[in-house]
Each structure stands twice: as structure tokens, then as C-alpha cells.
Design a protein around this ligand. Structure first.
Ligand SMILES: [Zn+2]
Length: 294
């Protein structure tokens, strides 16, 4: 016969071993399990930074990274920004593919693509059907290219952004056909400054209008990495933040300035790092999926 006290000790050892083996925190230890995967959604080529009131010599590099992100939480998954070129619009070759994107207003953009978004998701172990939520920082072409693929997820958006996305005439700086299927998605219209996606303050959408009417940023509290904010396009270049320069063509530049001021206070309060999604130098240093940040 085994003594009752020994059973309790054995149970405690079993729980500790389970936690130690998987590397995941069991729910009973109190810490939620959150992971962030960073995907390579291409490079955007610019030979100047005029659109951000920055002289070429003030900017370390004028090219921009384009990243997509997947957040895995114990209660579900969230895709954040879904790329510049739809997977159906190009074919990977194993080498970087340089191509031109023509926007509806005939504006052309030079990009380099390396990997399909869906193959990167698959490498990380996820299919489209595994994605609970979709959130976009904003509707511009370089953040929405694969949005139709996520129409079966629940879309977390803000009314002014959704309204402009489906307005007539359609908005500029985007390809509305790439996100048209979201019109029929299950949708949560967020009407407060912050929206706590999984209810435990680890994954929070925060309003940051100005670049577009309903632009937002994403706050993550990662167990080991710590608090991080994904910028959307509140900033593009680190120099834009350091030198306090505003983009020339934002929807509302006063709003952008106010959103930036509010975010700086938020970052201090949370002790959070800011990851500027288009900052190519910073992006190159990030671990890419299937590795992840936890
Ligand atoms: Zn952008």
C-alpha cells in the first residue's frame, strides 16, 4: 500500500515533468502560453524616403521589410497583417523573385518575394482552418494581400477602417479585390481604444488612427521575450521615430502625431519594445518561423 502523502509527491513530480518536457507552461502554473511567429512577406524597394520627410542621407536603408505575424495563444490563434503579394499572384523559385506590383491607381511598387505565406504557415504547423482571428493594422496593399484566404476566421476591425475599405469609390493605396471576401466574414467591430483578444491582457489590439482612419497596433505580452508592440505603419523607418518626422500622405497627420504620442506613453507604462514592421534592419535580426518568440 502506498501512503497518501507519497501519492501527492508523485503527482507533483508528474506535473513538474510535464511542464519541463513540453517547454509550455501548464495552465495551472498561472502563465498563459503565447507564441509569436514572424513570417517573411517580402521586401519593398525604395530609393528614397521622401514620403516620410526624410532625406536619403538621414535613413540607414530606404528599402522596407514586409512581415506577417501569427500569434498562438492557448485559447486560439491570431494572424496580424497578411502580406503584399497574394500567394496566387506569384510562383516561388527557391531564389528571391523580384516583381512589380501595379496598384489600381497605376502606381507601381518594386518588391522581392521569397516564400508563400501559406507554406510558411504550414512549416510552423498551421493551416488556414487553424486561424481563429484575423486583424490587420490597416487596409493598404502591403498588409492585406492574402486577406481573402482568412475570410473563414473572425475579423477584428474598427468601423472607420471597415467603412473606408468597402467605400465607393474604393480607397487608394490598396487592392480591394484582395480583401473583398472579408465583407462576409464573421466580424467583431471594435469600438474601444484597446481590445483584449483572449481576455488575459497578453494579446491586445490598440487604436492608433491617422495613417488610415482605423489603423491599429498590436500589443503582446510574451512570457520570455516580454512586452512588445507591433507598429503597423504608425512608423515605417526608425529614423521617423527618432527625428519626429510625419509621413506626407497620411489620412490625418494630426491623428498620426496624437497616436504616436499616446503610444510612447503606452510603451513606457508597459515597459514594451516597439517593433517597427517595415524596419528592414530590425526585421533581418528577427527569428523567422518556424522558430518563434515566446
Ligand atoms: Zn505598410
Amino acid at each position: 500500500m502506498v501512503h497518501k502523502g507519497w501519492l501527492a509527491v508523485l503527482a507533483a513530480i508528474a506535473i513538474a515533468a510535464a511542464g519541463g518536457c513540453t517547454g509550455e507552461q501548464p495552465a495551472e502554473s498561472g502563465g498563459p502560453s503565447v507564441r509569436l511567429y514572424v513570417f517573411d512577406c517580402g521586401t519593398l524597394h525604395y530609393d528614397n524616403a521622401d514620403a516620410y520627410q526624410l532625406k536619403k542621407e538621414e535613413v540607414a536603408r530606404t528599402d522596407m521589410s514586409m512581415a506577417c505575424f501569427l500569434v498562438k495563444h492557448s485559447k486560439g490563434t491570431l494572424m496580424w497583417d497578411v502580406g503584399a503579394v497574394a500567394d496566387g499572384g506569384w510562383t516561388p523559385t527557391g531564389s528571391p523573385v523580384r516583381m512589380k506590383i501595379v496598384l489600381p491607381d497605376k502606381g507601381e511598387r518594386d518588391v522581392t518575394m521569397r516564400k508563400l505565406l501559406k507554406s510558411q504557415l504550414a512549416e510552423a504547423g498551421y493551416s488556414l482552418a487553424d486561424i481563429t482571428y484575423l486583424a490587420l493594422s490597416h487596409y493598404h496593399w502591403d498588409h492585406t494581400a492574402n486577406a481573402n484566404d482568412f475570410a473563414g476566421s473572425t475579423w477584428l476591425t474598427r468601423k472607420p477602417e471597415r467603412d473606408v475599405m468597402f467605400s465607393t469609390p474604393p480607397p487608394d493605396r490598396t487592392i480591394p479585390a484582395n480583401y473583398s471576401a472579408l465583407a462576409n466574414s464573421k466580424t467583431v467591430i471594435i469600438d474601444q481604444d484597446t481590445y483584449d483578444v483572449f481576455g488575459d491582457d497578453t494579446v491586445v489590439l490598440k487604436s492608433a488612427p491617422g495613417h488610415t482612419p482605423g489603423h491599429q497596433v498590436l500589443f503582446l505580452n510574451l512570457p520570455k521575450t516580454g512586452p512588445v508592440v507591433l507598429s503597423g505603419d504608425l512608423y515605417h523607418y526608425p529614423e521617423e521615430r527618432r527625428l519626429s518626422r510625419l509621413p506626407v500622405r497620411d489620412f490625418n497627420r494630426e491623428q498620426t502625431a496624437a497616436s504616436r504620442a499616446a503610444l510612447e506613453i503606452f510603451l513606457k507604462e508597459k515597459g514594451a519594445q516597439l517593433w517597427i514592421q517595415h524596419d528592414i534592419g530590425a526585421d533581418e535580426k528577427l527569428r523567422k518561423s518556424p522558430e518563434y518568440y515566446d
